[in-house]
Write a protein that binds this ligand. Sequence first.
Ligand code: IVH
Length: 422
Amino acid sequence: MDQKINRNEVEKRVRELNNLLKEYGHAYYVLDKPVVPDSVYDQHMQELLAIEAEHPDLIFPDSPSQRVGGEILSNFSKVVHEFPMLSLSNVFNEEDIRDFDRRVQAGAGHSITYICELKIDGLAVSLKYEKGNFIQGSTRGDGTIGEDITANLKTIHAIPLKLSEPITIEVRGEAYMPKKSFIKLNEMRDENGEEPFANPRNAAAGSLRQLDPKIAASRNLSVFIYGIGGDGSAYGQDSHSDSLDYLATLGFKTNTGSKRCSSIEEVIEYIESWQERRQDLDYEIDGIVIKVDGYEDQEQLGFTARSPRWATAYKFPAEEVHTKLLDIELSVGRTGVVTPTAILEPVRVAGTTVARASLHNEDLIREKDIRIGDAVIIRKAGILSRKSSVFSLNNGQEWKNLTKCPIIARYVIPSLSGLMEK
Ligand code: IVH
């Protein structure tokens, strides 16, 4: 009898600890607003772990202790997506954006409310919940078949293991590595003589591709959920913005930067304001996603083979691009100073085609051992003044092969509004 009472008490405490840790975790990882100091979270977690070690039958599948599985996988199994994971069409300038708007308005037959979102630079994931429990998470793969990375996704605290409602739902989002975690990770890799990751997106993808979930757990990843897989109206929602609110009430981390815009002018203003502020964010974004908000309008517009007609992605101009040094031109100024100019294989950087860039002076050419025929990087002015670990955030994927590549030119980029007025 006594034993039974004791056992009931223990179970009660375990449930209490589960709930407290879930609440603290949600505040910290989803809302970004901690409600207790880390030490309190740790104490509760230690207590739960101790009880669970003594009473393994009280380990619930959604216990916060179950985020890191002990097993190392031998491979990832394939997942056939119930709803294909499509991609988005891209637009690159104001004209493209206005063309998209014209097509949408013509297709819908009336004026449209858009919802603009930050385009998170990570990797697309699909999360499946059955009766409120997280049962499977996968990568996009080719859009039809992805890989089962459930064990790694479970290590991401921003992904709820149990929803606030016992519903069956598939959600889509972007897993990413915050800039701070990326810098720390690369510093550690550098100290250990390991190859640094080129950018946070590669670091996030590399982490989720690990067969040992402990590695993913150590990488501090996060996720933003940006939509419901399949038909959002099946969940009683009339628009994408309503769905985002609903997803947040279910316990998902949604991005608070999204905005409803009732004209294309507002959309353009939104893009311009984020283009200027993107550096202030704690994570990388590579553009803005423009979506038709109303589900009825979305349905009317439909899909092409690869992407929805009701959405598009405005891609920020690349801030750094690779090209080839074709020639060095020398010009003599009125004061007799010789200025060398790089003649480049024309390349688009930050929205403009660049074919020439100043090399400043002969010393710089000698110092960097710049030679005709070299592979070179053109980057937006100002970036060179940052710490190298920070500016590698903007490097392209081929950075590894180009570490010896001389940085020969700074090219001053006109602002987006300047570009858009052209
Ligand atoms: S909506 C039908 N919203 O961008 C496709 N995608 O090709 C619906 N992405 O890899 C995608 N942030 O994972 C959407 N706020 C956002 C996004 C976003 C990043 C990624 C997505 C996909 C790519 C689109």
